[in-house]
Design a protein around this ligand. Structure first.
Ligand code: MG
Length: 444
């Protein structure tokens, strides 16, 4: 008898658990379980491996943890779109030999020891590898308990996960049309951007290109057109769609901190739901100054890797939404602790959820969203049919709400043979440079 059927036979799990306890009294279950499991070897990790796939050209990395119980495995997200190959090495060459033979049940113990197994820590590559292992162990735990992971985290605080969608365009009429489509799809929260992803590249001036400095393919972005264009966009969208729609915007750290403070103040009359990443992580010290100038809600943190980057901002009440990318901070075990810290300071969650999070990672975001009281909002993506073929059980979005697959664990599986048919694209994935007109590099 394998472990899952054993647990079911003694009344654990959704099907028999709660009803079993109610009908059979509290006397026997624990004893029966202890007796039944006596002598069984603990569930051991037998292999940890990274799987790369790119069904939509985005470099997704998922970690698969296999166990001593045939057929019982877990999946975790380790997607670092800009540096996928070092993550594979960190998983296959370092974490796998570290984890093999260890107990799959003790997630926290594994996390603590794997975290320090490199001695130096808190970087994006190792955090993603750690996240893959960590989330896979939560997936296994859910399968063993015969429950979705959100149940292991305390159960639902809400029926589904409220999401925002991305709306953008190069000019006001395109932005307006994009917002209209978002509202028609049922979203109540809309992120508006003028131009491409993150910040617009509005400048036509690119003196550095004429001078032969840098490459022709580099992008150019100037402060003034971006700032004025963003204020104009907010005015137009607010006056067109009225006071009720929630509007979000991402500054994406691309302007000097004092310009970001001035911009956020100018957006205050349009009541943004939040403004994201006004500063780069290197400029965390500016948040105190921003708070003194405006009460616009602030979301921060998609580039954070290190606890020193978020603990101060949370405990000093300098941000309103924590926006970390869960695999970049080391996995679900870390994110739920961040959520708990945030709860005591009334900071809400807004986990990073773009296309470069695997469906397993989106599911992890959503399971945590369901279970924490201080959920704020979730960024959502539309999975293509191809992605859904590779990853069965993806979360679904309807009327602006995300729903998880209720199967045990995260509810997402991978077809490895199909995944192998979508290798990484030729471009290695780095961010292309963005520059000011004189060629100066712009963050991020
Ligand atoms: Mg962002």
């Amino acid at each position: 008898m394998n472990r899952r059927s054993l647990m079911k036979s003694v009344g654990f799990g959704i099907a028999a658990g709660t009803l079993g306890i109610a009908s059979r009294g509290d006397e026997t279950l624990a004893n029966e379980y202890a007796k039944a499991t006596k002598g069984l070897p603990p569930l051991k990790i037998t292999n940890v491996k990274a799987i790369l796939t790119a069904p939509e050209g985005i470099r997704l990395c998922v970690v698969k943890v296999e166990t001593s119980e045939p057929g019982l495995y877990g999946l975790g997200c380790a997607t670092f779109n800009q540096r996928p190959l070092p993550v594979v090495v960190a998983v296959d060459e370092y974490l796998s030999p570290f984890a093999k033979g260890r107990d799959a049940d003790n997630i926290e113990d594994m996390w603590q020891n794997a975290y320090t197994s490199s001695y130096w820590r808190n970087g994006p590559v190792l955090n993603n590898a750690l996240s893959g292992l960590d989330q896979a162990l939560w997936d296994i735990k859910g399968k063993r308990a015969n429950m979705p992971v959100y149940q292991l985290l305390g159960g639902k605080c809400r029926f589904a996960v409220d999401c925002y969608t991305h709306c953008s365009g190069q000019d006001l009429s395109r932005i307006e049309a994009s917002v209209r489509r978002g509202l028609e799809r049922g979203f109540r929260y809309i992120r508006i951007q003028r131009g491409g992803y993150g910040s617009p590249h509005l400048s036509k001036e690119a003196g550095y290109k004429e001078a032969g400095f840098a490459l022709k393919s580099d992008s150019t972005m100037e402060v003034r057109p971006y700032v004025e264009g963003t204020v104009e966009m907010f005015g137009h969208v607010r006056s067109t769609f009225g006071p009720e729609v929630e509007l979000l915007h991402d500054i994406h750290e691309r302007i000097p901190p004092i310009e970001a403070i001035n911009l956020v103040k100018r957006l205050e009359p349009y009541r943004p739901f939040f403004i994201e990443d006004p500063f780069a992580p290197e400029d965390n010290g500016y948040f105190k100054l921003l708070r003194q100038q405006t009460s616009v809600p602030i979301a921060m943190g998609e580039l954070f890797n290190n606890p020193h980057e978020w603990t101060g901002l949370i405990c000093e009440r300098l941000i309103d939404f924590i926006r970390v990318h869960i695999s970049q901070v080391g996995g679900l075990s870390v994110a739920r602790k961040i959520a708990t810290l945030c709860e005591w300071f009334n900071v809400r969650s807004a986990w990073h959820g773009p296309g470069d999070v695997s469906p397993v990672g989106h599911a992890a975001n959503a399971h945590l969203d369901l279970a924490i009281p201080n959920f704020g909002i979730q960024e959502s993506v539309r999975f293509s049919d191809r992605t859904r073929e590779v990853f069965s059980g993806c979360p679904t979005v309807k009327n602006g709400y995300m729903y998880v697959n209720e199967a045990p664990g995260f509810g997402v599986d991978i077809d490895e043979k199909l995944a192998a048919k979508f290798p990484l694209p030729e471009h290695p994935g780095y961010w292309r440079p963005v520059r000011r007109s004189d060629g100066t590099a712009v963050r991020p």
